[in-house]
Each structure stands twice: as C-alpha cells, then as structure tokens.
Design a binder for this molecule. Structure first.
Ligand code: C5P
Length: 216
C-alpha cells in the first residue's frame, strides 16, 4: 500500500554527478551512482508527485512517472533547475555537484608533453543554496554525504543553506551500494532511519517530507 502522500505536489530534483569538461575528451567528476536520487524520484512519483529529474550522467533509466532533463556540468544543471522551478512546491538537491570546474575548457584535445600541466579551477555555484535563497523558495531538501562528524556537518549545512530538511549519510555506508543508512535533520531535531535498501529509505524520506509540507 502506497499512500498518495505527495498528490498534487510538483517536485524538482537534481541527481547524479556533474561532469566538468577540461577538453572534448576529459573532465572532472564526482563519484555518484545516482541510485539514491533515482530511488527517491521513483518514490515521490509513486506517492503521486509530478517529478522533474535534472540529472547528470548516470547509467540508470528514468523512473516511471518522472521526466528527466539531461545535463552534464553544474552550470547546465543550475540553468535546467531554474527553468523547471516555476510552480514547484519542493526542490530536492541530491546531485553530487562538482565544487569546482576548469576555468577554461579547451576546444581541442590537449596534447601530452613531458611538462607539468596546471589546470586552474573556479568554484561552481551552489545550486541548492541559490534555490533556498530565493524570495519565495520551494520547500528545499538537501543531502549531506560525509565521511565523519555527520551530525555536526549535516546540521551545519542545513543552517548555512537555509534548508528545512537535510538527509545525512556516512559515505562508507551509502556510496554506490544498494543499502543506505541515513539521518534526517529538520527544525525539530535529529531523526535516524534504520539501515535498509535504498528504495525503502526513499519511501521513509518521502513520508517525513510529506508530513513537513504545508497542507494543500
Ligand atoms: O555542501 P555540500 O556539497 O556537501 O552540500 C550538499 C547538498 O548541496 C546536496 O544536497 C547537493 O545536491 C547540494 N549542492 C548543490 N550545488 C553545489 C553543491 C552542493 O546543489 N554546487
């Protein structure tokens, strides 16, 4: 039994890694399978939401009931998110956005030589913080993948990015695997969820999110 907890809600979500080109054949990326985001997108759609999945490159098919917008770089992801935002009730940032991109991307393949090569990196915008900082933001949910000090870092990010809800997980528990163990942080405090397969964790996040949304 899947209650229609998110019926009538429009959700924009980011997923996967971003890929920041160095030249036409090389780039910088983050390791992200996209499994958590796609599982969450599927759970949101099953709960009755309209879901737009703005996704970096992943080897996953679009979950039933979701619309995918394919992007590569963080700048493309930001643009696609802002284009999809009008009318959205919820924004969920699950993507592992690259914090930096090469300051310039070479038009042609860089030829190797024996010399040292320096790539200058420039910071990428924080998509989630930008959305949450809008005058009338949708309900914003973040993810914090940490390798230690989960509570401190996740709650710190929730406050810094002005998020009503953040999902924290220790990367050794979740990254790339099929199970995940997460802790939800909201204004009321800390809510650990039991370790479970990602689809089950996604349904628990949906239930928590639905309870926090303003009634319609
Ligand atoms: O600061 P950190 O990258 O750990 O924050 C993680 C959260 O912020 C995730 O929800 C992620 O999708 C989002 N984020 C973003 N744009 C960035 C960096 C992170 O939307 N440039």
């Amino acid at each position: 039994f899947q209650p229609r907890l998110l019926a009538g809600r429009r959700i924009v979500m980011t997923a996967g890694p971003t890929f920041e080109a160095i030249d036409p054949v090389r780039g910088i990326t983050n390791s992200s399978s996209g499994k958590m985001a796609y599982g969450l997108a599927r759970a949101c759609a099953q709960a009755g939401a309209e879901v737009i999945l703005v996704s970096g490159p992943v080897a996953l098919s679009v979950p039933e009931g979701c619309r995918r917008v394919n992007v590569k770089s963080a700048l493309e992801m930001r643009e696609a998110v802002f284009a999809a935002l009008p009318g959205a009730d919820v924004f969920i940032g699950v993507a592992a956005v690259a914090d930096y991109r090469p300051a310039t991307s070479a038009e042609h393949k860089i030829k190797k030589s024996g010399a040292e090569l320096t790539i200058t990196l420039t910071p990428n915008p924080d998509i989630l913080a930008d959305v949450a900082g809008l005058p009338n933001p949708p309900f914003c949910v973040g993810f914090a993948a940490e390798s230690r000090n989960l509570d401190e870092y996740a709650e710190g990010k929730r406050k810094a990015k002005k998020l009503p809800l953040i999902v924290g997980n220790l990367v050794q528990d979740g990254l790339g695997g099929d199970d995940n163990e997460v802790v939800l942080f909201d204004a009321a405090g800390r809510h650990p969820l039991p370790k479970a397969p990602k689809p089950e964790v996604a349904r628990a996040i949906v239930a928590h999110l639905a309870a926090l949304l303003p009634k319609i």
